[in-house]
Every structure is written in structure tokens, then in C-alpha cells.
Design a protein around this ligand. Structure first.
Ligand SMILES: *Cc1c(COP(=O)(O)O)cnc(C)c1O
Length: 406
């Protein structure tokens, strides 16, 4: 049976789970109402569905339903969070702090705000991609509005110590925003335990539809106020106008619920498949170098307890792998093994042909970065697919190596 092409790029996007699709379908046709129509049953049904989804998303991160604002995706959520804060508090304070390994959209928003006259501090990371909370503490001034730190990186999977960072931001009365897109459903996320004030979520990274996401905005201790970036009918507590994407929101809610109910099972599956991939690729290839934090074997992680507990101790996403294959350019490797869908890094960056700024930030040379490949294992990958991918890539690497050596 031909199992190709094999998809191992789940940080870029994921397929919609059939159960998510099924939940969405009625909201395109039978229940097509506008959730803002208050005067008839079509509107009420749509509003009810949106409220259920709001609760489903909130329950995944320990939030209240009223703290979830639906958006068109995490890019919009990140824009709304940072521009919304800057505009709301910018009369009094003019400084923002972020890190060198944020998603491109966060960095772009920060640079946009810098052009508008805000001061920006970009905190560097260590060789595993970790931010030292002490560096954030030093960077804070009485002008600082907010700190934005990605919870888990989309290229090297590094998980940040948000708890330690929020202790610092809380003490200084500064907001903490986190892009939790890659962390959601993969590791335990509780906004109260972690002290996060705003968090960005995307449906299509968690087996939901594209073009829908959410922003968590804390309502008490402290209450976060945002300037809307979209003016209009005042939907979503006035923070995000525009008719709600009811089918998309229902899909996001269902995807979140599945991520929560099946967390344990998925976590161990990711760990097992990722280990198989890592050992298969790196054991026989002497030039294989791991980028980012250690890949811990299942046996060690099991000793930490449940998946929830283990996920609080790890420094790397369970489904992420990023490796450098000696001098073999990643582009050549992907060309030689086209039936294996992997990437050199963020999908948002691959158009630019620049080497990854994330790999640069952890100290890789441009050459090593161009020889690195990101793998994102998914819920539907099988042992057989991993076995096939390993043998196909290993074969392509040895062919390419013999070519370069001749
Ligand atoms: C994919 C991704 C985004 C962008 O999400 P969209 O919903 O596609 O706009 C933001 N941050 C991270 C970490 C991502 O992986």
C-alpha cells in the first residue's frame, strides 16, 4: 500500500479532524443564522453555538468564557493584543519587550510599533532557545507596557518558563502576552497558573479550520483593556467587530474540546513517534545535529507521571524535531525526497529564502541553518509512516553526501 506523500509538517498546519468538520457542517446551511441577530431563533441558535465554543476554548486554558475573543486567526490575535495594548496605554507608557524567537507576526507587529515611536527591547535566547527571565527583569523600565513571549516555538519547539517571567511582570504591574498557538493541546496551559494576561490561539494548528482563532484577554487581577483594531458593530465586547464566523468558531471549539479530552493519548503518541524519528534519523547519520532542547525518551517522561505532569517538566514540544544534516542543504534533501512533507522552518518565512532567524538566534551559522529540517509529528501519523520517512530520508542523504564528496 502506498502511504506517500507523508505529512510531517504539523507546525505549519493540520488537517481538520472529521469530528470537527461534522460539528461545523450544519452551521453553513441549516443553522446559518447571524450570531448577532437578537430577534429570532436563527440568531439565537448561532449565538448559542458560539457560546458553547467559547466555553470549550476557555476550558482548555483555565479561563472564563467571557475572556475569549474570536478572531480570524493567531496573526490577528497577536496584532490585536499588541497594537491594542499599545494604543490603549501608549499615552502614558512607550516600551515593549519581546524575544528573538517569536513568530514572525509578533516581531513584525513590534517593529511596526517601533516605527510609530514605541521603544522595543528584543531579548536574546540561549543555545536551546530559552529566554532567561533575569534578562526580562533587567529590560523592564517604568515605561514598559507589556512583555510578549511565545510559549512554545514553532521551529525548535522550545518551551519558555512563563511562570518565572510572570512573577516578574506581575511584580511590576506589566502585562504578559503569550503566543500559545503551538503549545495549545500539546502541553498543559493554564493562564492562571502561568500568570498570562493575553494569549493567542489558532484553530488550524489544532485540527480545526483555517481562518479562525482566538485571543484570551484577562478580565480580572488585572483587568486588561484593549483598543479595538477593527471598528464596526461592536461584536466581541467591542474588541473585534465583524459578523462572527460561526462555522469556524464551532470548529475551533470542537477542536479545542478534542485536544483536551484526548490530551493524554496524543501526548504519548507524539513522544513515541518523535523518538522513533529522532533515533531513526540520527543514530545512523554521524553528522546529524539536534537543534533546540534535548529529545527525552518516553521512559524518562513516563517517570514524571501523567502526560499533563510530564508536559510541565519538558523543555521541548512533544511533537517537534529539528535537525541539521551535516553539509546537505535542506532544499536539496527535500527535493530528493519529495514524498516526505517537511520544511526548513516557519511556513511564513519560506517565501523569503532567508535562513531561519530562530536558528540564527540559537547560534547556528547560515550554512548549518540551511542544512536543517523541521519535523512536526501529528495525530494521524503512524509507525509505518515514520519508518518509511526515516529510510527514505536516510537514503536521500547518503546519495547527496556521495555527490558532494565526489
Ligand atoms: C501558525 C502560527 C501563527 C499564525 O497563526 P494563523 O492562525 O495562521 O494566523 C502564529 N504563531 C505561531 C507560533 C504559529 O505557529
Amino acid at each position: 500500500m502506498d502511504m506517500t506523500p507523508i505529512y510531517l509538517d504539523h507546525h505549519a498546519t493540520t488537517p481538520v479532524d472529521p469530528r470537527v468538520l461534522e460539528a461545523m457542517l450544519p452551521y453553513f446551511s441549516i443553522n446559518f443564522g447571524n450570531a448577532a441577530s437578537r430577534q429570532h431563533v436563527f440568531g439565537w441558535e448561532a449565538e448559542e453555538a458560539v457560546n458553547i465554543a467559547r466555553k470549550q476554548v476557555a476550558d482548555c486554558i483555565g479561563a472564563e468564557a467571557s475572556e475569549i475573543i474570536f478572531t480570524s486567526g493567531a496573526t490577528e490575535s497577536n496584532n490585536l493584543a499588541l497594537k491594542g495594548l499599545a494604543e490603549m496605554y501608549g499615552q502614558k507608557k512607550r516600551h515593549l519587550i519581546t524575544t528573538a524567537i517569536e513568530h514572525k507576526c509578533v516581531l513584525d507587529v513590534c517593529h511596526h510599533l517601533e516605527k510609530k515611536g514605541f521603544n522595543l527591547t528584543v531579548i536574546p535566547v540561549d543555545h536551546e532557545g530559552r529566554v532567561d527571565p533575569a534578562d526580562i527583569k533587567i529590560a523592564i523600565t517604568d515605561q514598559t507596557i507589556a512583555v510578549s513571549v511565545i510559549m512554545a516555538n514553532n521551529e525548535i519547539g522550545t518551551i519558555q518558563n512563563l511562570k518565572a517571567i510572570s512573577q516578574i511582570t506581575r511584580e511590576r504591574g506589566i502585562f504578559l502576552h503569550s503566543d500559545i498557538v503551538q503549545a495549545f493541546g500539546k502541553i498543559a496551559v493554564n493562564v492562571n497558573e502561568l500568570g498570562i494576561d493575553l494569549a493567542s490561539i489558532s484553530a488550524h494548528k489544532i485540527y480545526g479550520p483555517k481562518g479562525v482563532g482566538a485571543l484570551y484577554v484577562r478580565r480580572k487581577n488585572p483587568r486588561v483593556k484593549l483598543a479595538a483594531q477593527m471598528d464596526g458593530g461592536g461584536h466581541e465586547n467591542g474588541m473585534r467587530s465583524g459578523t462572527l464566523n460561526v462555522p469556524g468558531i464551532v470548529g475551533l471549539g470542537k477542536a479545542a474540546e478534542l485536544a483536551r479530552f484526548e490530551f493524554e493519548e496524543n501526548f504519548w503518541r507524539y513522544i513515541r513517534l518523535r523518538q522513533q524519528l529522532f533515533e531513526g534519523l540520527c543514530a545512523p547519520i554521524s553528522q546529524c545535529l539536534l537543534n533546540g532542547p534535548a529529545v527525552l525518551p518516553e521512559s524518562i517522561l513516563r517517570s514524571y507521571g501523567t502526560a499533563q505532569e510530564a508536559s510541565k517538566k519538558i523543555l521541548r514540544l512533544p511533537n517537534n524535531l529539528n535537525v541539521c544534516f551535516g553539509n546537505v542543504p535542506a532544499d536539496n534533501l527535500m527535493m530528493a525526497a519529495k514524498e516526505i512533507a517537511v520544511s526548513t522552518g516557519s511556513a511564513c518565512m519560506s517565501a523569503t529564502r532567508e535562513p531561519s532567524y530562530v536558528l540564527k538566534a540559537i547560534g547556528l551559522s547560515d550554512e548549518k541553518s540551511r542544512s536543517s529540517i523541521r519535523f512536526g509529528v501529528g495525530r494521524t501519523n503512524t509507525d509505518d509512516e515514520i519508518t518509511y520517512a526515516v529510510s527514505r530520508l536516510s537514503q536521500a542523504i547518503s546519495v547527496l553526501n556521495s555527490v558532494t564528496h565526489n
